[in-house]
Design a protein around this ligand. Sequence first.
Ligand SMILES: Nc1ncnc2c1ncn2[C@@H]1O[C@H](COP(=O)(O)OP(=O)(O)OP(=O)(O)O)[C@@H](O)[C@H]1O
Ligand code: SF4
Ligand SMILES: [Mg+2]
Length: 333
Amino acid sequence: MNTPNTAAASPLLSVRDLTMTFPGRGGRGARVRAVDGVSFDIAEGETLGLVGESGCGKSTTGRMIVRLLEPTSGSVTYDGREIGRLPQRALKPLRRELQMVFQDPHSSLNPRRTVARIIADPLLIQGSSAAAARERAAELMELVGLIPEHLDRYPHEFSGGQAQRIGIARALATGPRLVVADEPVSALDVSVQAQIVNLMERLRAELGLAYLFIAHDLSVVRRVCDRVAVMYLGRIVEIGPKDRVYGAPAHPYTRALLSAVPLPDPAAERARERITLLGDPPSPAAPPPGCTFHPRCPKAREICRKEPPLLRITAAGEAREVACHFPEVPDSG
Ligand SMILES: Nc1ncnc2c1ncn2[C@@H]1O[C@H](COP(=O)(O)OP(=O)(O)OP(=O)(O)O)[C@@H](O)[C@H]1O
Ligand code: SF4
Ligand SMILES: [Mg+2]
C-alpha cells in the first residue's frame, strides 16, 4: 500500500488507501464507491495537480482531506498526525492550517455578509478580537489585489475574478500551510483565469503554501503543478513529476486526455496522434471488473477484463507510477 511516489522524507500531507462510499441516492440504489483507494503525498510548499473527467472523485478526495467529509476508510496524515478520524471538535486547530478554495466564488460567499465579515469570520472563530480580525481582513484584501476600502461591500458588488480573490483571502486568513483548491478557475472567464492562477502562484511563493490543485483543464494544471495525479473512476491511474506525465504519458487514459488538449502550433496539431475515448465513464456504482478503464481502452486485452492493474513504477529510478498492464514505456528514464 505504501507508494514510492513520495514527495519528501516527511511530507506535509500523506494520504493512504483513502476511500469514500456514498449510500445510494435516497437510501435506495447501489452504493457509490466515489473514491477507491487513493494514496499520495504533498511536500511543504509543493503543488500536486489532480485531474480527471467529471465524477471521477476529485472533489470527494479534496473534501476528505480538509475533513468536510469523513473518509469511509484509509488515512489522512497531516504534519505527522492522523486526522482522518478526528472528531469535529478536535479539528478546530487544524482548520487554521488546512483550507479550501471553491469553484464558484459567488455561491461560496454568503451574499448577506460584507467582505469584511466573510474574510474575518475564520479569525473570529479562532478567537481573534473584532478589531484585529478587521485589520487582518484589510491586509488580506491588499495581499490578493483588492482595495481594502471595499471591505464593507457585499459579494455581488464584485466581478467573478474579484469574488474568487475574496475566496482566496478568506482561505488565507488563518495562515494555512495547505490549500485544497477545487477547480478554482473553471467558473471564470478565460481572460480572468490567468490572473487568478498568477495570484495563486505568487501567494505560494510568498507564503510557502502547498496546494492540492484540482482541475479538469490539463493546461491549467500543467502551469501550476510540480507533480500531477490522474484519476479515473475513483482511482489514481498515473502519478508523477509534471514533466514525465505530460512529456511521456504512460497510461492510455492520460494519453487520451492529453491528446484532446489543443496544441498552440497548427502543424504539431495536425501531426499528432489523437486518441478518442469511447463513450462516457461508467458509473462508480457499477465499476467494470478488472481494469475499470478497459471498456474504453484502445489497448485492452484479455487480462485487462479480469485483473485490476496495480499502481507501480514502470522503470527503475522512475518517480512516476502507472496502473496499467501495458503501460507506454519510454525508451529511457
Ligand atoms: N453526497 C453524495 N452522495 C452520493 N454520491 C455522491 C455524493 N457526492 C458525490 N457523489 C458521487 O461520487 C462521484 C464522485 O464525485 P465528485 O464530485 O468527487 O467528482 P469530481 O471528480 O469532483 O467531478 P466534477 O469534475 O464534476 O467536479 C460521482 O459519481 C458523484 O455522483
Ligand atoms: S490495464 Fe489494460 S485496459 Fe487498463 S489501461 Fe492498461 S491496457 Fe488499458
Ligand atoms: Mg468536483
